[in-house]
Design a protein. Sequence first.
Length: 66
Amino acid sequence: MIEALMRDITRNKHLNPKRRDRSHPRVVKRARHNSYRVKRPGDVGVLHGGPVTVSLANLPELTLAS
């Protein structure tokens, strides 16, 4: 039973969905001897109102046995 559940979870379909835009850009405050992007006034983070929602790909709905 566990093997079947793991097989369903790890199927290739939708296992790695398209990435969404970051809520905080990857930048550095000060440019040194590297090739990272330098922070600009438009690079601001987003303050989220709640916790992160995690969704597992291909997870079937579980029902209580009676």
